[in-house]
Design a protein around this ligand. Structure first.
Ligand SMILES: [Zn+2]
Length: 309
């Protein structure tokens, strides 16, 4: 069965201030990597824009209205010190959500095995009523709600291996007892949340902080012994991945020392759990990753594993 690649065209036009690490070149490099000959078998689709009802699965209407109100037709505005909007940003952010939802639809319908959503802005720092950390809408949390509320999924798990804590996804799913949110992340690091004591309203959140300077062995140990067993025991109908590649050793924003081979190992392990509990249904959406070479290489490796399934 095939793997879908949801390509976000507006995502490659979403401008941030000069010198910002969350730059257009990130998605250009990801797109170029996935256009290579080894990816001809990918089922490429253009990510559609999400509608208001989609956003409101996880954010209040007033928040969406506020974002629409300030969206610039030229120039750039700041939502917070890290997060800006240019004329293409609203469409890019809505296509990130829409791409995740369309990917979930295809995977849940059994049309394809799994999917990768290549998108920016990322989503996992966006809280219910706050854009932050380069993120506007909770792409993956909204996709989880979509599967639960509209497609009849009983349980959905989110695995967030971005190097930063997925505070936004945690906020959006905190009271959702049909979802299990698991985040591994460097601590201390932005955004400062994600201690192991944050467990969700229904013990549905698992935070696994990793020490700065730790690497492959520490990552594989916590995944093999704690995270993957918890994921499998939850027996979700769908596994969503917040796929950030900023835990890579070359990344300028963090200090974990993961290798591209670690992302391959991790993707294989998550897919193996998916195979055992939910027919292999996995939807992965791009979050961070700020060293352009490492990002392109790690995304290519991650998507290659999805295609092996
Ligand atoms: Zn990150």
């Amino acid at each position: 069965m095939m793997t879908i690649w949801m390509k976000n065209v507006a995502g490659a036009e979403h401008e941030m201030p000069a010198g910002h690490p969350e730059q257009i070149a990130r998605l250009e490099r990801v797109n170029a990597a996935l256009e290579g000959p080894e990816f001809f078998a990918l089922d490429m689709h253009h990510a559609p824009m999400a509608g208001e009802a989609d956003i409101m699965l996880a954010h209040p209407r007033a928040y969406l209205e506020g974002i629409r109100r300030v969206a610039p037709s030229k120039g750039m505005i700041s939502l917070d010190p890290d997060t800006s909007m240019s004329p293409a940003t609203l469409e890019a952010a809505l296509c990130g959500v829409g791409g995740c939802i369309a990917a979930v639809d295809a995977v849940m319908a059994g049309e394809v095995k799994n999917a990768f959503v290549g998108t920016r802005p990322p989503g996992h720092h966006a809280e219910k009523t706050h854009a932050m950390g380069f993120c506007l809408f909770g792409n993956v949390a909204i996709a989880a709600k979509h599967a639960l509320d509209r497609l009849g999924a009983s349980r959905v798990a989110v695995v967030d291996f971005d190097v930063h804590h997925g505070n936004g996804t945690q906020d959006l799913l905190w009271e959702e007892d049909r979802a299990l949110f698991i985040s591994s992340h460097q601590m201390p690091l932005f955004p400062g949340t994600g201690s192991a004591s944050e467990r969700g309203a229904a013990n549905n959140v698992m935070n696994v902080p990793l020490a700065p300077g730790s690497g492959s062995d520490a990552m594989r140990e916590v995944y093999a012994n704690r995270i993957l067993p918890r994921l499998e025991a939850f027996a979700p109908d769908l596994i969503l991945i917040s796929a950030g590649f900023d835990a890579h050793a070359d990344d300028p924003l963090a200090n974990l020392n993961w290798t591209t081979e670690d992302f391959v190992w991790l993707t294989r392990k998550i897919c193996a759990v998916a195979e055992r509990v939910c027919g292999g249904r996995v939807v992965s959406s791009l979050e961070g990753g700020y060293d352009l070479d490492a990002l392109a290489e790690a995304v290519a490796a991650h998507v290659s594993v999805l295609m092996e399934q």
